[in-house]
Design a protein around this ligand. Structure first.
Ligand SMILES: NC(=O)c1ccc[n+]([C@@H]2O[C@H](COP(=O)([O-])OP(=O)(O)OC[C@H]3O[C@@H](n4cnc5c(N)ncnc54)[C@H](O)[C@@H]3O)[C@@H](O)[C@H]2O)c1
Ligand SMILES: [Zn+2]
Length: 344
């Protein structure tokens, strides 16, 4: 079992990572919650696999109710935000009662947003079940929904009371979803843990230890920069290009990050910031996990980046690797970006 303590200015919480922890979730949740009613939010895929078991276990100590939404990003919308709030209010939820998010990142973001806004904030516990949500969104407190065709544009920072991660749930993920999560896990190794990164070459089992190492990379920067105004932006390695690619073509997020990392590596090498060996090492790890290796010329997308980041004035921060496991924030002005772009 691995335990990670997240220590923020106004709130600290534990993440417990253990195979089979789902079967004893009640004993953990009892440590942070002593009322009777508890409300699980989940999606229709995850509910078929894990809801009955979780309800049974939690019923030992709590009066359990639940709300199920369809799977997929469509549930991160005002429509399902309204639906979940209405269902909870119909069930007469009170301000000091607990939500439990059982599912991937969509359920985590939606439940967190409901928890952050209903009655101006109620407690919630996260039980992330996809690889992406286990190694990434269980830290950071970012919650929210998509709106006006923009991702994550309505949201609040809301920290959970506790997070329970059961690596056994990864066994039921399909290959593409699993590899999608690997895109972000490889990113954590690339920016913050060379040993973790290099260990992935051999496709190890993703167990307590690897999830914990990946979360530690994120923990370090989130604790320094809870509200994402500085060093936390290093988590965006692969995202500046990845986001543009994700909007233009139909990749999943972790896949777009994979392609975006390759583009950022090329930019870094051209600028003389990134050691050349980084490219081949990361390319081969992405290949091992069947992530896309499409080689887009970063110069052709520089202008799209200016458009994509129109909400930020002045310079754009590129996250570049310096060496394996180390990164830097590299500022470029609009003028420098236009000079780099082929088609000025
Ligand atoms: N808040 C954050 O910090 C943060 C970080 C990264 C991503 N996100 C958000 O997370 C979302 C993506 O997360 P995701 O990839 O987990 O998507 P998701 O929640 O849609 O899950 C992917 C698919 O896997 C299914 N699934 C989940 N767990 C399963 C399991 N154990 N077995 C079988 N199927 C399972 C889901 O039903 C869904 O169909 C995006 O909306 C993204 O914006 C948030
Ligand atoms: Zn991401």
């Amino acid at each position: 079992m691995k335990n990670i303590k997240i220590e923020l200015k106004n709130h600290s919480y534990d993440i417990f990572i253990e195979k089979g922890i789902l079967d004893k979730a009640n004993t953990y949740i009892k440590k942070v919650y002593n009322n009777k009613n508890l409300y699980i939010i989940t999606d229709d895929n995850v509910s078929k696999l894990y809801l009955d078991k979780l309800v049974e276990v939690l019923s030992n100590d709590f009066n359990v109710k639940y709300v199920v939404v369809p799977h997929g990003e469509e549930s991160k919308t005002i429509k399902y935000y309204t639906y979940v709030c209405e269902e909870l209010i119909k069930m007469d939820i009170r301000r000091n009662e607990l939500l439990v998010a059982l599912g991937g990142g969509v359920i985590g973001d939606l439940t967190g947003f409901v928890a952050g806004t209903l009655y101006r904030g109620i407690p919630y516990v996260g039980i992330p079940t996809s690889l992406l949500s286990q190694m990434d969104s269980s830290i950071g407190g970012k919650t929210g929904i998509d709106f006006c065709d923009r991702k994550n544009i309505l949201g609040v920072f809301k920290q959970p009371e506790m997070v329970l991660i059961d690596p056994n749930t990864l066994k039921t993920l399909d290959n593409r979803e699993f590899n999608n999560g690997m895109g972000e896990l490889i990113k954590h190794g690339a920016i913050g843990n060379k040993d973790l990164l290099l260990s992935l070459v051999n496709k190890p089992e993703i167990d307590e230890d690897i999830i914990s190492q990946s979360l530690h990379v994120k923990k370090r920067v989130v604790e320094l920069d809870e509200f994402d105004t500085g060093v936390r932006m290093t988590l965006n390695f692969g995202h500046t290009f990845g986001h543009v690619i994700e909007l233009k073509y139909h990749y999943k997020h972790g896949e777009a990050v994979a392609v975006g990392m390759l583009m950022a590596l090329k930019l870094g090498i051209d600028l003389g910031v990134t050691q050349k060996e980084c490219y081949d090492v990361i390319y081969n790890i992405l290949k091992a996990y069947n992530l896309p290796l499409d080689e887009y010329d970063y110069k052709e997308y520089m202008l799209d980046i200016l458009g994509d980041k129109k909400n930020l004035a002045g310079t754009i921060n590129f996250i570049l690797l310096t060496s394996l496991g180390e990164c830097t924030i590299y500022k470029m002005t609009e003028k420098e970006i236009k000079e780099k772009a082929k088609c000025e």
